[in-house]
Write a protein that binds this ligand. Structure first.
Ligand SMILES: NC(=O)c1ccc[n+]([C@@H]2O[C@H](COP(=O)([O-])OP(=O)(O)OC[C@H]3O[C@@H](n4cnc5c(N)ncnc54)[C@H](O)[C@@H]3O)[C@@H](O)[C@H]2O)c1
Length: 463
């Protein structure tokens, strides 16, 4: 089948490359001429494991093309729209201007019986407006607009696209359903469930799913805070909850708050839509507010770890992307954390395996380093903000030798308290005060100072 993908960003590029890999003839169109030129040279503008190989293979087998113009769209069996829908400045509604201008641009070029598929995350009713624009531009045509929200995760995007938990197809039109089912047929053969629903329902499924995930994260984050107050361990609480099949273990990892290109903006957009329709989603409103405060509040943990002041001190921050295996820093918790550390008078040395270039655009005041160890050089504390694999087995002896003070604030709970105690580190976590207390007691019993750094004060447990 012939597929045109409008927008060759994260979703458009991954979806286009995967559709090509299924055997379809795919053209990815993007307005960004630099992006298209890079893609044509075989350079991948985003960091996504396996994507370079997938794109190269499908280019060489002539199933994948890139263009700044929607050439060939007149022969497309399906036209997918995967342009951005960021938060609108000022009010938090989804900014649909990219969607509507893309639709106006392609309207005159579409085949008369086009199937236009919205892959972007769009509020309920957007499909109706797209249909209206198309009807106005092409009154004689018989086009259909389908909602097909995407659920892939950055960092595991290809796997997710090829092994979806479900494929949601929102349309009441039988011809549109069968065209989209044909596009996804290779996955259907692998028994990925296809959910045929109305278009508005499909649009809402995406927002409801993301809002639920955001709620789950925020729930365990608040339980982590409670653990710190009552002396319980959030990892054990999460395990005890997650083993219940009705709850499930995923998205129950306490941390610095959710970020990324989707959850923050999608929760906000759902809140706005719900208000517009007079059916407020109060739980989601609370989730968004709690999460926003939490990200900046993480700086308080660093302050507490350094006995109440970080003015004039140096803090190493490991991880700038919002999660591992991506270079995406959109709404990353590291950004408000670092901004707060700067506001409190600290110097920040940062390192990320993939996201440094993106981070430099948002955080010009950071001293960017080439490795975790370079970042830790002369630092008074080291903060683990993103759980990249390479941060999971740091050489603690080496760190203690090069840091000014042996303090680690682990916002992802990736180390064990006893190993930190053995390495004579003061170790603060999220929601594991008991582990910290035990670790502090063990550390006190040990002889300190076999490296450059020595702990500045005994660990007191709860922050
Ligand atoms: N990133 C994710 O993990 C993810 C997951 C699921 C859904 N989504 C949703 O998918 C949509 C796209 O997200 P993304 O992260 O891929 O965005 P992105 O910013 O990475 O990519 C959007 C691309 O669209 C291009 N574009 C904008 N207007 C255009 C036009 N008129 N013609 C051609 N190209 C145009 C931009 O140049 C850009 O390259 C959003 O609605 C998002 O919420 C994203």
């Amino acid at each position: 089948m012939r597929v045109t993908m409008i927008g060759a960003g994260y979703v458009g590029l991954v979806s286009g490359a995967c559709f090509a890999d299924f055997g379809h003839d795919v053209t990815c169109v993007d307005k960004d001429a630099n992006r298209i030129a890079a893609l044509r040279r075989g350079e991948i503008p985003i960091f996504e494991p396996g994507l370079d190989q997938l794109v190269a293979t499908n280019i060489s087998q002539r199933r994948l093309q890139f263009s700044t113009e929607p050439t060939g769209i007149g022969e497309a069996d399906a036209v997918f729209i995967a342009v951005g829908t960021p938060s609108r400045r000022g009010d938090g509604h989804a900014d649909l201007s990219y969607i509507y201008s893309a639709v106006r641009e392609i309207a005159p070029l579409l085949p008369p019986s086009a199937i236009v598929v919205t892959k972007s995350t769009v509020p309920v009713g957007t499909g109706d407006e797209i249909e209206r624009i198309l009807r106005e531009a092409r009154p004689d045509a018989d086009m259909h607009v389908v909602s097909n929200p995407e659920f892939l995760r950055e960092g595991a995007a290809i796997y997710d696209f090829k092994h979806p938990d479900r494929i949601v197809i929102g349309t009441d039109d039988a011809r549109a359903r069968s065209v989209i089912a044909e596009v996804y047929r290779p996955l259907y053969l692998n028994a990925a469930p296809i959910l045929y629903v109305g278009r508005r329902t499909a649009e809402l499924i995406k927002y409801a799913a993301n809002a639920f995930l955001a709620t789950k994260i925020t729930f365990i984050n608040e339980i982590a805070d409670l653990c710190e107050s009552v002396g319980a361990d959030v990892q054990d609480v999460a395990r005890g909850m997650g083993l219940d099949n009705r709850i499930g273990s995923k998205f129950l990892h306490a941390g610095p708050g959710f970020g990324g290109s989707c959850l923050p903006k999608d929760t906000m957009a759902l809140i706005k839509t719900a208000h517009d329709y007079g059916a407020p989603v109060r739980i989601v409103e609370t989730v968004a507010a709690v999460n926003e405060q939490r990200k900046r509040a993480m700086a308080r943990k660093v302050v507490a770890a350094l006995d109440g002041s970080i003015r004039g001190k140096t803090i190493a921050v490991l991880g700038l992307s919002f999660k591992p295996n991506t270079d995406d820093t959109r709404d990353s918790p590291s950004i408000p954390l670092i901004t707060a550390l700067h506001d409190l008078g600290a110097t920040v040395r940062g390192y990320d395996p993939a996201a440094m270039e993106q981070a430099k655009l948002q955080l010009p005041g950071v001293v960017y380093c080439d490795s975790a160890y370079e970042a830790a050089e002369d630092a008074h504390a080291l903060v683990i903000a993103t759980e990249w694999e390479q941060f999971r087995a740091l050489d603690l002896d080496r760190l203690r030798t090069i840091m000014q003070e042996p303090v680690i604030v682990d916002l992802r709970n990736i180390y064990r308290a006893d190993e930190m105690a053995r390495a004579n580190f003061r170790y603060l976590t999220i929601g594991r005060p008991d582990a910290e207390r035990k670790q502090g007691a063990a550390a006190r019993r040990r002889k300190l100072g076999n490296g450059k750094a020595t702990p500045s004060k005994e660990l007191t447990g709860a922050l």
